[in-house]
Every structure is written in C-alpha cells, then in structure tokens.
Ligand binder design. Sequence first.
Ligand code: NOJ
Length: 561
Amino acid sequence: MKNWYKDVVGYQIYPSTFKDGNNDGFGDIVGIIDKLDYLKELGIGLIWIGPIYKSPKVDNGYDISNFYEIDEKYGTLEDVKLLLKECKKREIKVIFDLVLNHTSDKHEWFIDACENVNSKYKDYYIFKEPKVIDGIKYPPNNWKGFFEESVWEYVEKIDKYYFHIFSKKMPDLNWDNKDLREEMYAVARFWLDLGVDGFRMDAIAHLAKDTSFKDAYPLDEKLVLDTSKFSNRDELFDYLKEFKEEVLSKYNCMSIGEVGGCASVEDALKYVDYNNGYFNMVFNFDTCWENGAYGSIDKADSEIKTNVKNLKLLFKKWYDGIFNKAWMPIYWLNHDHPRVISQYGNINYRNESGKMLGLTLLFLYGTPFIYQGEEIGMSNVNYSDFDMFNDVHAKNFIEEYKSKYDKEVILRFLNRTSRDNARTMMQWNDSENGGFTNSESVFKVNDNYKIVNVENELKDDDSILNFYKKMIFLRNTKYKNEATLGKLEFIDLDNEDVFAYTKTFDKKIMVIANFRDYIVEFDNYIQENDIILHNYKDINIKNKKILLRPYECFFLEIKGF
Ligand code: NOJ
C-alpha cells in the first residue's frame, strides 16, 4: 500500500519563531508564506505547523481559547487561506496541530463552567469534589501531571477541583461527554473543509482517563506521575473509532497522533494498523533521549553519552513491530526536545555531525520530519539565568527544584534538556535577531547566529544545508522505493559507536555513520564508485578496515548485490 505521505519529507514549523512577516517580533503566517520557496528548494513535501489558534499562549499556543479563530499574533483566516493556496501551488501538503485533549482556561466553555453552577459546559471538563480531611480541603487524589504539578486545581467559586495533565491553565476535556466529542469533530471538519491536508493530533494518547481516580502508587507519596492513569486506555479507542467514522474517513486527509513516551509498539498498532487503525502514524519519543539526558539533573556533562547500540535497537524494535503492518514518522526532535546536534552530535563538529545525523535518519523506515533549523545545525541554548527560560515546563521545574538544587545544577540540566532549546528564533542570516524579525521580540536568538544561519549555509557548497538538499533529493527521486518500501537490515548491530544499515528494494543502499568524536574502525564495505554521499573529502583505510573519523558518514549504493 502506497500513500502520498510516505513519499514526502516533512518539516515542522514552530510558528512563533520561524519567521516574522509583519515585524512585530512574533512569527506568523505571512512569514511562513515568505519561506515556502526555501522549503520547496530544500525538497520538503509536507509541513506541520504548530497551533496558530486564538490562545493566551501560556504553553505557546497549545492552550487554545477559540478553536475556530486564528490568533492575531499569527495573522488571519485570510492569511491561512493564502498559505494553503501557496502551498498547493508548490505541491506542499499542510497539516495543522489539532489539540483535542484540553483547552485554555480562557476558553468560554471553561469560564462558563467555573462561573455558573448549572453551566452545561461543566461536563465538558472533569470537575471533582475536594477530599475533606479534618475540615481541610485536598485535591481528589495524588496524581501528578506532566508539568511538575498536581493534576488538580481548585476553583473556589464552585468549590470543586478541575483536572489537567499539563499546565493548570490547560484544563482537560471530558471525552466521555458526547456533546463535547461532537464539538471537537466539528472543529476538525472546519479545518479540513478549509483545505488543510490533515492533522498532527496533540496528546492524543491521553483523551481517556482512569475514571475511578484512585490514588496512584506509592499511596503515601504526595504526588505521583503514573501515566497509565491517563494514557492509551481502552475507552480511548472507542472515541477514536467514532472520530474516524465521523470525520477522518470522510476526507482525503492524513493524521498523525502524538503518543509520546507512553506507548509500546503494541499500543501504537492499535492506533495505526493498516487494517483497523484510526490514524496513519503516531509519534513516539523512544529515540529522542538515548544519551541519558532525560531526568539527568544529577549527572555531569561527561556522563551524557549517546547509547548508539540502544538507539539502533529502538529503531529496530519499531521497524520489526510495524513493517508491513503500519507506517511511522521518523525524527530526531520536535519543539519539546533539545536540539539533536547538541544531543547526539557535537557542536565542535557541527558540519560533520549535522550531516551525519541527517543521513542516518533520512532512509530509515518512515516519513522523516525535519525540525526547523535542524538543516543548518542549530544547537542548544546556554542560558545563564532562570529568567531567560520562557517555557512553562521549565518555569515550573525551576519553582519546584530551586530549593533542592544549586542554581548551576538546574541551569546545566535545563540547558541540556529544556524545550526552550528548540524554540529560539530561526536563524536566517547574520543580521540582528538572525533575520527572524526587524523588531524587538520576546523570543531569543542563539548566540551563534552570526555563523550558523541559512544565508551562510546556502553560500557554502559544503554546508549542512546543501548536504540536506542532496539527501532529500535522493530520497524523493532515485532511492524513493528503497526509502519507503525497502527492507531494513542493521549492520553490526552490537557496534557501540557506528550506526549502519542497508535498505533493499530494487536497489540496495547503505548508510554508515560514526556517532563518535574519535576515530572508529569498521569493516570496509566501501567500493569507491558506490559512494553517493560522504561528509569527508577522502577515505581512510588501514589493514582492510575503514577508519571512520569523527562523525564521518557514507551513503552508498551497493551495486550488483
Ligand atoms: C504536546 C505538545 O507537543 C507540547 O508542546 C504541549 O506542551 C503538550 N502536548 C500540551 O499540549
């Protein structure tokens, strides 16, 4: 089975920091339109645009106060129509973020539910009575959410707690309520009718909760993050079946659910199995943290090291589990992760490791998604103070841990892992603010913008960006079948340093990538005229072994296999 979304290379746009088209310091739709030719030349066939709906932006747009309105910071509905037209002209498909799990606390439903005892919207959310012990009111249970807080927040006016798995400014919706479900289906239809090609569905794994709301183990812990209480639960699949029947199946659209780190391969198949799944793909986070950085507050930088073998095993696990049964996206990062060059690459070998990471990913099984700036080697921030962080999760984290850890330790951890790393301004040129905007902005630009920027990369034949163009071109044309239909086999799976694989269909292609900043010996599979792409100028062979230099990578076509 072949579908358009398998053949394209995707690109994620984080709209507030991609390009400011009207110079108010905020990225917008006009800015995206300005850069469509850039994306087309890069070879992109699909863009995923983060939420641009009306929002107080506590969580940068994932807190939506009106699902039908475009936030004025991003532009207007007319701008969206123009964007869709311009994308169509260039044969670029567009998917929007669709946030079905929660709203902003400034959504009129929620305001009404908190103001009026008899509000019909009360049942659109999850409200519970306080637990009263010795006359004191407590949250209904000990569950902790994803943003370092209790999942419960008290509303004095109605003497109830409401439920939220993300920020307290983002109350969860109650998918048990049929009227609410119909409202959300109408939202999806509205955007599909307008012409978007599908959705990336935010936090989709969490629509159903354990409605017993019993305390999580250990019972005596004040707050426990037990994601099983609100992830991949059976009732969710009833909702998704209905959503598919009532909406998705009626359109020629593509859908990707975000299931994060809580879904196994078996869970994923429930969502995306070709025969009886509900979407086309799911994003899991399994391959985003294989260097020990997640939760690494107590670790020194020297303890953060890519576990190349595990990384391969994880890609293999997903491939083995779903090849021929389903399709998946492949990506190194999105707006919730650190920059991949800082995570698995090395800024001292920016050019070599940037190319190597792109190549390693691009021909694996699935639709690749490049995150804005990855194609020029943008890297993590290096903030020296707490108030430089902008992300709600980072802010909550600082509040929670500042009395328990030294400031330097928290900064080290956040500079390594925080979501702010991926959210700095896109670096277009070496002018102030990296050419993202001509005005003051609440967003920050990475200090390295004078060197690392699109304009410089375009000028340099040997740049990461030009390497990306070549790779994407090859994936889109000559090696499309190998990329999309080919059988994946890892070479020397146990190797701790080198990520190497073949993909075989009509042709056989091979990727060899050294993930280390030192020389690594590897069996020599390389015939000089098999080399299609290489990030060094010559080859280093000794005693019939190839000596792979720091982050050296090869893309080969093995002739006559
Ligand atoms: C996942 C999104 O990617 C993230 O940025 C957001 O904070 C949460 N969902 C809540 O919407």
